[in-house]
Design a protein around this ligand. Structure first.
Ligand code: 13P
Ligand code: SF4
Length: 315
């Protein structure tokens, strides 16, 4: 990476008391200069803790929005405003509000990969790191709506045996992994363990040796004794896995279409060092939210944070 840009970013950060929070799916160069790298739960926790005046969220829109909801008084910048999320897009707020209204007496749990408008119709937010614990924090006979990821929702349902209505949404990256190609790789590397994010479809989860959020998969890869891993989630996480375990081999799980880089999230990968520098320099791409919406969306996020804190879920 251009050393000048790195220097400029550092100077701007110091001058403006800014912090860069990056998701594990960011390009390795960004992960390496960020002040903090983590999964979506850890990013929200960091956003809550930071003393910085400006938060640059090197990630996607819902992550920056969550940081803003938790910090209405701070400036939150997203380096590329087109960095959306296909999973969040699969749950439009109007349709979701109708669905919730049609199923009264249900507790609504929404994944953090949703818009603030969907969170405003939610009782408790969750991430893939704490979804099981959030569901299990409710009484056993509670009726639950879970949105928007059908794969994560059905996986959590199978673990908790709860009465759950699952919204039919999905992420374009995780939907694209090819079971056949994963099994072919497993034949080639019989010693390899398969790691999968719970946003993967059920057939991929069935063959996985370990299922979890990005933070959970990273932790597992550090502690486990295998030498090789096939990783079924966005390719950015391989950077941290390889850094933590330089002697192990990490193979990205192949997508169905070998001509596309489908295991790169096209939204996450919109962020570049240049865009981080520019948004810091000009203080552009600020997340601005309606105050009422912000307050409505904050409640279910805080409920999640309280449950997560109590149960000390991070590995
Ligand atoms: P994590 O919660 O594991 O960071 O995942 C976020 C995400 O966008 C998965 O696609
Ligand atoms: Fe959204 Fe999927 Fe990208 Fe995660 S990988 S940010 S769920 S589109």
């Amino acid at each position: 990476m251009d050393k000048d840009i790195l220097l400029q970013i550092k100077e701007l950060k110091d001058k403006k008391n800014a912090v860069i929070l990056a998701h594990y799916y960011q390009n390795p160069e960004i992960q390496d200069f960020a002040d903090f790298v983590g999964d979506s739960l850890a990013l929200a926790q960091q956003a809550l803790k930071t003393k910085a005046d400006i938060i640059v969220l090197a990630g996607v829109y819902f992550m920056a929005e969550t940081a803003k909801i938790l910090n209405p008084g701070k400036k939150v910048l997203l380096p590329d405003m087109n960095a959306g999320c296909s999973l969040a897009d699969s749950c439009p707020a109007d349709a979701f509000a109708e669905f919730v209204a049609a199923h009264p007496a249900h507790t609504v749990i929404s994944y953090v990969n949703t818009t603030a408008a969907v969170k405003a119709h939610t009782d408790i937010v969750c991430t893939s790191s704490n979804a099981v614990q959030i569901v299990e924090s409710l009484p056993k006979d509670e009726k639950i709506i879970f949105a928007p990821d059908r794969n994560l929702g059905n996986y959590i349902k199978s673990l908790t045996h709860r009465d759950m209505l699952v919204w039919d949404g999905a992420c374009h990256v995780h939907e694209e992994f090819s079971l056949e190609k994963i099994l072919a790789l497993k034949k080639q590397y019989p010693e390899a363990k398969i790691l999968a994010h719970p946003e993967c479809p059920k057939p991929v989860l069935i063959v996985a040796d370990h299922i979890g959020s990005t933070a959970v998969l990273l932790h597992f890869s550090k502690m486990d004794t295998a030498s090789t891993y096939i990783v079924a989630t966005e390719s950015g996480i391989l950077h941290q896995m390889q850094k933590a375990s330089p002697d192990k081999t990490f193979i990205p799980a192949p997508p169905k279409d070998s001509t596309c880089a489908c295991n790169d999230c096209r939204f996450m990968k919109l962020v570049t060092p240049e865009k981080i520098r520019d948004c810091l320099l000009y203080e552009t791409n600020e997340i601005i939210l309606d105050e009422t919406l912000c307050m409505q969306a904050e409640k279910p996020i805080r409920r999640m944070m309280n449950i997560s804190e109590q149960e000390n879920l991070l590995p």
